[in-house]
Write a protein of this length. Structure first.
Length: 192
């Protein structure tokens, strides 16, 4: 039996079976996402490159069903998390980024209309069959921030001080706009 995440089937078929798909996979199994992560990490010095970045875990579950009582509108719900290595755009250091998605999708043909299901997003299907993995991958890509950054300032090296406040270099780093504020104050005083 194949992997239900990768099997190509009709959305209505998955919904009528009430298909539940548990996901326990790696970044490397998702080609487009893997390419994006690799391109991001390529900016790092080779010695800083996380050695097992492609082994980042993708875990979760997907549940298929129908949104309507007549069984005409297939839906997909679930939750998926992914541990992705990324480059912080503040300090340019690698870090672990956790992506979390909770899809609530109506799987509709282009011609179908979504009326009365505002709690769902519409996922338009161009073909009669689909692979759940493609949907998960695209949702994870959309959840990836354009500029990834550490979750807290304490973890980011960009916010670390170089020296004590009495050190000239350290003071400049602690208050980078102090000179600008001083100059603005001086300019206001000169105009008066």
């Amino acid at each position: 039996m194949g992997n239900p995440l990768q099997d190509r089937r009709a959305a209505a078929e998955l919904a009528s079976a009430g298909q539940l798909i548990e996901i326990a996979d790696k970044i490397s199994s998702f080609e487009s996402l893997s390419d994006i992560v690799e391109a991001d990490l390529a900016a790092l010095d080779p010695e800083k490159m996380p050695s097992r970045w492609c082994d980042g875990a993708i875990l979760g579950e997907l549940q298929f069903g129908f949104a309507d009582a007549d069984g005409r509108i297939p839906m997909l719900t679930g939750s998926v998390t992914a541990d992705v290595d990324a480059v912080c755009q503040r300090c340019l250091e690698p870090f672990q980024l956790k992506l979390e998605i909770e899809p609530r999708l109506l799987l509709l043909d282009v011609a179908q209309v979504n009326v009365g299901y505002e709690d769902f997003e519409v996922w338009e299907l161009d073909e009669t069959t689909m692979r759940p993995q493609d949907i998960v991958e695209e949702l994870l890509i959309m959840a990836t921030p354009f500029s990834a950054m550490h979750g807290s300032m304490a973890d980011c090296k960009a916010f670390l001080t170089v020296g004590p406040p009495d050190d000239d270099v350290g003071e400049d780093l602690l208050k980078p706009f102090a000179a600008l504020r001083s100059q603005m104050t001086q300019n206001e005083t000169d105009r008066d």
